[in-house]
Design a protein around this ligand. Structure first.
Ligand code: SF4
Ligand code: MSK
Length: 665
């Protein structure tokens, strides 16, 4: 992909900006002098290091670093490592990095859950039905137990799974039986959650595992400890504590910032602090303090997945995805950005510094030079939340020249597995039966997941374009994380967007009244997609295993190691996953071929790669068609070919409504 043409100084004040709201802010004089990731991409040059990009730069010991070229004898590692070994090791370490982020997140949620059950936090055990279901799943009899006592038992059991050395995490049993048997045959069932990360770090140390298939087998095992254990624990216990999401309307994009309120953005991944902030924001004392400085109130908005967590459960608007984090601050209209962990670019600090914005870190695992640190503690959650909001209120009178763009879009979020079950089947016969039946009768061709990050190295609004092409081909789309935010910005997460769907899918959506792209939550909530896939198998009629289903996944702008772990646990679970625009082992043909084809043979799901939304959609739809054919469902549903005219026709017709008018507009 030629990225050199992306920066046209004459045409654009700022380069490589994917979305209109980002362009509007960065072209406005209020953001003069602000440097964002887009600017840094342009300055660094178009192409990243090819060795690093292809996974063949090794710095695992001090005889290197070694840059390796596959098939060139003089370009092996000093230790003799081949490109296949190094690419597989690098891939493993990405999976370990991504998994460990979800594992630490999951552990934090369990600790907060236990403290809540003991009455030591301001949170509650909200979803007692889900608590009882979860108890049964982890082998605890919930009969006649007080919810708090039961929560302590469940929490302790799940906490023990992080450090256990043998056996398997409880939620592994939520996978279809055939899948569990396949994992057992392949030797990839995780033993304990943390153990699998440690083993990757050991295996990839110099002089340990040097066989790419063996290394990648451990990557598969570790990824399952993420998806079917740590992430699932985080999602399930967050639901029990904060409420299982139900459909909720809200808004997305930078225009959700308010002219006359104290703007606070929560950024990162963990829901616990954001929940406390949401509770504290409406505290009468806090509102009074805001009014005292001339603001009408507190406007809490989200960025990245912390934003998604509070969107899903509270309908709090999302100001931006990963690629918007610096730009949200470049409006000059944010009093405080409160961050927890993961995906927080260090670049937010100098941007905050240019304005009156206070950057507040809250986790001792994630400190940033230039930020104020206010340590979060579950036990003092409300006190900490109020202290943070008070800091923001104090900044409001200092707000200077600022610009809030008009862009904001409606969306409906909150599609947990339970909600989909209920929506499709109704309250008294909640079931995936109608979904399976509509796949069998061909109204719905299949289901696609669009997940993961957005990335400044990708110019186009790939998430939205990919989603449009899939739904036009009668593929129901589920989305999470920044991919969901990107699709939401394009207006695809409202029921009205069903007009863009193919006739069959539209007919089903009209009956149910839901959007063609279902927002299932944050990065850790990709576990909801695993549960939904398992439920489709259990419902019957679409084969015996996840790998039989006419489904596919994509992370078309992947950026983080978490995306690699998520992709790998989907592949290990039997799903075909297409990454874009590049694949992290491209420096080794041997390893890439193994990921694409070898893993497909082993797990029934494999990796793929595509540069454009069109290429990715083609691969996903071809896979879905093949699965339909294998199931004997193929009624020769022709693929709708997507050309430019069609793309234009399908542009979202919902007009962005006009937000506030800040100076400079
Ligand atoms: Fe080079 Fe081998 Fe050391 Fe890696 S482990 S840096 S390939 S010598
Ligand atoms: S925040 S991991 S950029 S989805 Fe979850 Fe977004 Fe990817 Fe971070």
């Amino acid at each position: 992909m030629d990225t050199s043409k992306r920066f046209d100084k004459k045409r654009d004040k700022c380069p490589n900006i994917q979305c209109e709201s980002n362009r509007a802010v960065l072209r406005n004089e209020c953001s003069e002098g602000v440097s964002t990731a887009a600017h840094r991409v342009a300055k660094r040059g178009a192409m990243p290091c090819l060795f690093g990009k292809g996974g063949t730069c090794c710095h695992n010991c001090n005889m290197g670093p070694c840059q390796i070229i596959e098939g060139v004898e003089d370009m092996q590692g000093v230790c003799g490592a081949t490109a296949a070994t190094v690419a597989a090791r690098t891939f493993c370490r990405m999976v370990a990095g991504g998994s460990s982020a979800h594992m630490d997140h999951g552990r934090g949620v369990v600790l907060a859950f236990l403290a809540t059950a003991r009455g030591e936090t301001p949170y509650e055990i909200k979803d007692t039905i889900k608590l009882r279901e979860t108890a049964l799943r982890v082998g605890i009899d919930p009969a006649e137990k007080d919810p708090r006592d039961l929560a302590i038992e469940v929490g302790n059991k799940l906490l023990s799974e992080f450090g256990q050395q043998t056996g398997m995490p409880s939620f592994i049993k939520r996978a279809p039986k055939a899948r569990q048997e396949l994992w057992a045959r392949r030797g990839v069932i995780p033993r304990g959650i943390d153990r699998e990360v440690v083993e990757i770090m050991h295996r990839t140390h110099i002089g340990v595992d040097q066989e790419h298939k063996s290394l990648l087998s451990q990557a598969a095992r570790c990824s399952l400890a993420d998806g079917w254990a740590a992430s699932m624990i985080a999602t399930e216990l967050s639901d029990i504590m904060f409420g299982t999401p139900v459909p909720i309307r809200s808004r997305v994009d930078i225009g959700v910032l308010k002219e006359d309120e104290v703007n606070i953005t929560v950024h990162g991944h963990e829901p616990v602090l954001a929940e406390a902030l949401a509770m504290a924001a409406s505290d009468p004392e806090i509102v009074k303090a805001a009014k005292k400085v001339g603001a009408k109130g507190i406007n809490l908005t989200g960025v990245c997945c912390t934003g998604t967590e509070v969107l899903m459960r509270r309908g709090i608007p999302v100001a931006g995805s990963f690629i918007q984090q610096e730009v949200v601050l470049a409006t000059g209209a944010v009093e405080a950005m409160v961050v927890d962990v993961q995906c927080i670019m260090q670049g937010v600090s100098p941007v905050a510094d240019k304005f009156h914005t206070e950057l507040i870190t809250t986790s001792d695992k994630a400190k940033i030079p230039g930020a104020t640190h206010i340590q979060f503690d579950d036990h003092r959650a409300m006190d900490v939340a109020k202290e943070i909001i008070t800091h923001a209120i104090k900044r409001y009178p200092d707000r200077g020249r600022h610009f809030i763009p008009k862009f904001r879009m409606d969306l409906v979020a909150g599609f947990s597995h339970e909600t989909i079950n209920y929506l499709l089947g109704g309250r008294f016969r909640a079931s995936y039966r109608p979904l399976n039946d509509n796949i069998i009768n061909g109204r719905i061709r299949g289901v696609a997941a669009i997940v993961g990050c957005d990335n400044y190295r990708v110019m186009d609004e790939v998430h939205a374009e990919l989603a449009k092409e899939l739904i036009a081909n009668d593929v129901l789309v589920v989305a999470t994380g920044c991919a969901a935010t990107g699709a939401a910005r394009a207006g695809l997460l409202v029921p009205e967007a069903m007009d863009m769907a193919g006739d069959g899918l539209k007919e089903v959506l009209e009956a149910v009244g839901c959007p063609p792209v279902l927002h299932m939550g944050s990065c850790v909530d990709n576990s909801r997609i695993l549960i939904a896939a398992a439920e489709m198998v259990n419902t019957g009629g679409l084969g015996n295993d996840i790998s039989d289903l006419p489904i596919a996944g994509s992370s078309p702008q992947w950026m983080s190691e978490k995306a690699v772990s998520i992709g790998q646990y989907c592949v290990t679970s039997g799903v075909y996953v297409v990454f874009g625009p590049n694949f992290p082992t491209s420096g080794s043909k041997i390893v890439t071929d193994y990921c694409f084809n070898g893993m497909a043979d082993l797990y029934g799901g494999g990796w793929g790669v595509g540069e454009t939304s069109n290429e990715i959609a083609s691969k996903m739809i071809d896979h879905i068609n093949q699965k339909r054919q294998d199931l004997g469902l193929d009624k020769k549903k022709e693929r709708v070919l997507f050309d430019m005219a069609m793309r234009r026709e399908l542009e979202a017709t919902h007009l962005h409504d006009v937000g506030c008018k800040g100076p400079g507009q």
